[in-house]
Ligand binder design. Structure first.
Ligand code: C2O
Ligand code: CU
Length: 541
């Protein structure tokens, strides 16, 4: 096992997109940020130097951080932010990770531009559970706001209670692509050799939308998701939620020429209020050349399902199956049900309201709209500082209730409440979508854990009937699961990683409105204790 050291300097730098130049936050001046590469079993130490004017933290999305929540990153959950002029070194032990994960900022909306791919190769001497590809290419799906300072977006939304600003374009590896006259010449291009096989490591770093993705004329073979291997399957398109990474094999087996890679929103929610544009990149067979020819004879677009095609999304995700079988916890110690919702709150006197019906948007988990405390929950828990969080998170809402109706069994309240789980207990968590204000898909991401997605369906979860249809043999293991609109998803995991861990929707506007929850897993007895001590350079608030 090797130790790799990196320096990530956060600084602002001017970038031009859509004929508009503005300063954005970057790591080392790069957008998207640098790709981290490592091998399973290795350790990374990333020293983050904050040379920007904003607080920052970084999160290693998909890294489990066993026993080391101090390096996990979400601000006010596992650490105080790194202030301008300060630095903090993150340690990432890649004990069980293998595949495509990623990293991103975890303060306000900084992750819109502060993100990058994180590739963990199999240990030396072991190999992929698929034919070795000839080349590997990270594909980062992102978003671009033309005139807005991204760092102002959540602040404004919180102040007014209205909708955060919608982006002007999606991007592939930082570029809006060929369909935008301003960006055409900079369109990201992959050149392939006929007959060879490529591994695309696709990451959805978009802030607010699930995406459909496809490559014209090419079938893709899905081999992994969230850095966890799947049984292979072929598909003509993907649906990828914010926070997810999906690895696909691409065989350059079509007629020599140029083909578009393309992505556009899958938004089941309002049918409005999102970016309806298409971002593209070009797949070009070696030997084809001349840019002017490209202009006269542009490549064709792939068939992307329409933005509201829920059936296409479901058809894709129901094909996920773990490559290995037999690891799912069969008995459950703790049953939890989390109703995840978007609600409207009345205004308070000091706050104007820009939401619908003269109210404020909010989001919640079991009626609690999460509020950041003033020091991080991990430190408060570790040092037994009182008054920072409460342990009375409503963990047992009614199991029989029409959650997909127009009300919840409780009113929404603000709070910093946690669920405490026993070390090594086996947990089943049902994530129940609701329809209070509106229904939407919610890609729920866990910090510190991967989990088995044992079941999913539309409507209200039925505690008697639905478990009979669980897949307890080879359900997919994931770190970000798309909970379907007006539906539910059941996940299981063993609480074997002590610490303070965040669980949240990876749609950033829902996070801004409060769709976060925190669970604390107690440390094991002395002989099994895993929780490490806080590092000396841990930032203070
Ligand atoms: Cu990628 Cu807390 O998230
Ligand atoms: Cu959500």
């Amino acid at each position: 096992a090797k130790i790799h050291r990196h320096t990530f300097t956060i600084k602002s730098k001017a970038y031009t997109r859509l004929c508009n130049t503005k300063k954005i936050l970057t790591v080392n001046g790069e957008f998207p940020g640098p790709t981290l590469k490592s091998y399973r079993g290795d350790t990374l130490i990333v020293n983050v130097i904050n040379n920007a004017n904003y607080n920052i933290t970084l999160h290693w999305h998909g890294a489990r951080q066993i026993g080391n929540p101090w390096s996990d990153g979400p601000e006010y959950v596992t650490q105080c932010p790194i202030r301008p002029g300060e630095s903090y070194a993150y340690t990432i032990n890649l004990t069980i990770e293998e595949g495509t994960i990623w990293w991103h900022a975890h303060t306000q909306w900084a992750r819109a531009t502060v993100h990058g791919a994180f590739i963990v190769y199999p240990k030396n001497g072991s190999s992929y559970p698929f034919p070795k590809p000839h080349h590997e290419i990270p594909i980062i799906l992102g978003e671009w706001w033309k005139n807005k300072n991204i760092m102002d977006i959540p602040e404004n939304a919180k102040k007014t209670g209205g909708e955060p600003a919608i982006s002007d374009a999606y991007t592939i590896n930082g570029q809006p692509g060929f369909l935008y006259p301003c960006s055409k010449p900079d369109t990201f291009t992959i050149t392939v050799v006929p007959g060879l096989q490529y591994l695309l490591r696709i990451i959805n770093a978009v802030m607010d939308e699930e995406l459909f993705f496809a490559i014209a004329n090419h079938t893709l073979t899905v081999v992994a998701k969230d850095g966890l291997y799947l049984k292979h399957f072929n598909t003509s398109y993907l649906m990828i939620t914010p926070g997810q990474s999906i690895d696909v094999l691409l065989h350059a087996n079509q007629r020599s020429g140029r083909y578009f890679l393309a992505a556009r929103a899958y938004s089941s929610a309002f049918g409005a209020g999102f970016d309806k544009t298409i971002t593209t990149a070009i797949l070009q067979y070696e030997g084809v050349s001349l840019t002017d020819e490209l202009n006269q004879n542009p490549p064709v677009l792939p068939d992307l399902p329409s933005y509201n095609h829920t059936e296409a999304a479901t058809r894709f995700t129901t094909q996920f199956k773990s490559l290995r079988s037999g690891n799912v916890p069969l008995k459950v110690d703790t049953h939890l049900l989390y109703a995840i919702s978007m609600n409207l709150l009345n205004c308070s006197d000091d706050k104007p309201c820009n939401g619908p019906f003269g109210k404020r948007f909010s989001s919640s988990v079991n009626n609690i709209s999460f509020v950041n405390p003033s020091i991080d929950i991990l430190q408060a828990y570790y040092r037994r500082i009182r008054g920072v969080f409460q342990e009375d998170f409503p963990r047992n809402p009614p199991t029989k209730f029409n959650y997909t109706g127009e009300n919840l069994p409780f009113p929404t309240r603000f709070g910093t409440k946690v669920v405490v789980l026993d070390f090594n207990s086996s947990v089943e968590l049902v994530l129940q979508g609701t329809n209070v204000l509106a229904s939407d898909n919610h890609p729920i991401h866990f910090h510190g854990y991967s989990f088995y997605v044992v079941g999913s369906g539309f409507g209200n979860f039925d505690r008697e009937k639905d478990p009979l249809r669980y897949n307890l043999v080879d359900p997919p293991e994931e770190t970000t699961v798309g909970v379907p609109r007006n539906g539910w998803t059941a996940v299981r995991f063993i609480a074997s990683n002590p610490g303070v861990w965040l669980l949240h929707c990876h749609i950033e506007r829902h996070v801004t409105w409060g769709m976060n929850a925190v669970f604390i897993v107690k440390d094991g007895p002395t002989n099994l204790s895993r929780l490490v001590k806080p590092p000396p350079d841990l930032p203070s608030c």
